[in-house]
Design a protein around this ligand. Structure first.
Ligand SMILES: [Zn+2]
Length: 148
């Protein structure tokens, strides 16, 4: 943990301090956003790319990195998006406009109709898998009942 000098009274204070313990002055620095940084935390991201990142790359936490939630992004990266479940919950939150970025802000240009449409589309693979399971179960029961 480093230290810095208070610009008002000159005492050594914690580098992370936002207020000088000695003279009680606030030390608010203006953080200049870098325009070339894709994962720039100052930038408020759009709904649609965030939703697509969550759906296609959610297991790598890319939607979290994209919206400035770097720590959660790293956890998701190393847990494969919480085995996909966490990433899918994020995706649902994004679709229903409940997702917040790293700064606690909502996504830009949220469109409820588009969000619900994306959510319904996302259910298709689950429905297909469910039908395949039911079909195999039906097949298995048919074969075992005729064989008996
Ligand atoms: Zn001071």
């Amino acid at each position: 943990m480093g230290t810095k000098k208070c610009p008002y009274c000159g005492v050594d204070i914690d580098e992370e301090a936002s207020r000088c313990y000695n003279c009680k002055e606030w030390l608010v620095e203006i953080i200049e956003p870098k325009d070339d940084d894709l994962f720039n935390q100052e930038v408020q991201q759009d709904f649609l790319p965030t939703a697509l990142f969550a759906w296609f790359l959610g297991c790598f936490g890319i939607h979290r990195f994209y919206t400035g939630s770097i720590p959660i992004g790293l956890v998701q990266l190393f847990t494969m998006g919480g085995c996909g479940i966490w990433a899918y919950i994020d995706f649902i939150m994004i679709c229903f406009g409940m997702y917040k970025d790293g700064q606690g802000r909502a996504l830009l240009n949220y469109d409820r109709r588009l969000g619900v449409t994306l959510f319904v589309i996302s259910l298709i693979p689950f429905v297909i898998v469910l039908f395949m399971i039911l079909f195999l179960l039906f097949l298995f029961l048919t074969v075992s009942s005729t064989g008996a």
